[in-house]
Design a protein around this ligand. Structure first.
Ligand code: TUI
Length: 315
């Protein structure tokens, strides 16, 4: 399918650029998402392990900065997703993105409320299954991304997904400027999603320690936690994340922690990075493209600079 045929989804959402802001847990606040939509992209609130009240508050914060549509990402490992979907429907949110699982049980219900459903998928099999279930597009996310990741790279995943489905494919993972966008279009994507680039924006509300860590990071400054315990996630290298990986190897024989402990560990460590900037115990989730990002910019400049560079290259 050509880009022209896929454009209607972005047009219906009032987007000026085919660029989505990844729905990062804690970091994808209403203010950031609203700002990205207002500037012509599609902002996405990342709800992570949040409960209903917090999600509602952030939806309201997005509406303080924009009248345009924005999305809400539902992180399917969370035990609070039913109440989060209820808020999304009540609040009239136009787009639901999902991550870290299979959203099949919710697709029909969301469509009955005229909500676009755009799952993030890490494999061809899941992309095909999502197409069969009638989703509106998929985000094919490579393991260059920050946060919870699959095992394929963007370069290998995107063209295989593009060949396997007829719905629009949005590329994610390792994209931080117009060169990445142009490359993604060459692989057959009809849009891109960027997370890390928007972490280091003026409108991002993550702690300055987090923004500075992204700006200072070099190419090899991320690592993957959870290779052994499960829930693989890419984070910036810190004393804590390096130690975590070491501990995982030592603790491999121990029983898996219960759901409360997992939520505490994952949600807590991410909150400590984003809200407190705690370099000792925080999990600074960010992608491999951190090394390319050397300055904080307003989201409007990120969108415009990225797209104009991509257009020049594509033309
Ligand atoms: O979801 C993300 N990124 C995230 S979620 C998150 S919160 C968290 N924190 C610590 C550990 C775990 C989670 C932080 N970052 N990206 C989208 C994504 N989805 N990446 C991979 C997947 C995925 C994986 C398996 C999607 C579907 C899937 O399906 C398996 C199945 O069949 O259920």
């Amino acid at each position: 399918m050509s880009f022209e045929l896929k454009k209607p989804l972005f047009e219906k959402l009032g987007m000026k650029y085919p660029i989505i802001q990844g729905g990062m847990a804690w970091a994808g606040t209403g203010h950031l998402a609203g700002s990205v939509s207002e500037a012509g992209g599609l902002g996405i609130i990342g709800t992570g392990y949040w409960k209903a009240d917090k999600v509602r508050e952030e939806i309201h914060r997005a509406r303080e900065v924009t009248d345009k549509p924005f999305g809400v990402n539902v992180m399917l490992l969370s035990r609070h997703i039913r109440e989060v979907f209820d808020v999304i429907i009540e609040e009239g949110v136009k787009v639901v993105a999902t991550g870290a699982g299979d959203p099949s049980p919710f697709i029909e219900e969301l469509h009955s409320h005229d909500i676009f459903v755009i799952p993030v998928i890490p494999s061809v099999g899941l992309a095909k299954m999502m197409e069969k279930k009638g989703v509106d597009a998929v985000v094919a996310e490579g393991m260059e991304s920050g946060g919870h990741i699959g095992s394929l790279t963007t370069m290998t995943l995107v063209p295989q997904v593009v060949d396997a489905v007829d719905i629009p494919v949005i590329a994610a993972g390792g994209i931080g400027d117009g060169r990445g966008v142009a490359a993604a279009f060459m692989l057959g994507a009809s849009g891109v999603q960027m997370g890390t680039r928007f972490l280091a924006s003026e409108e991002s509300e993550v702690h300055d320690n987090f923004k500075n860590a992204v700006v200072k990071a070099k190419d090899i400054d991320t690592l993957i936690t959870g290779e052994i315990m499960g829930n693989r996630a890419r984070v910036l290298k810190t004393k804590m994340s390096k130690n975590f990986v070491k501990q995982e190897r030592i603790e491999i024989q121990k029983p898996k922690p219960d759901d409360d402990a997992i939520e505490d560990l994952e949600n807590g460590s991410l909150r400590r990075a984003v809200v407190d900037g705690d370099k000792t115990t925080g999990a600074f989730m960010a992608g491999q493209i951190s090394g390319l990002i050397t300055e904080l910019k307003p989201v409007a400049d990120i969108l415009e600079d990225t797209w104009s560079q991509a257009e020049d290259l594509l033309n």
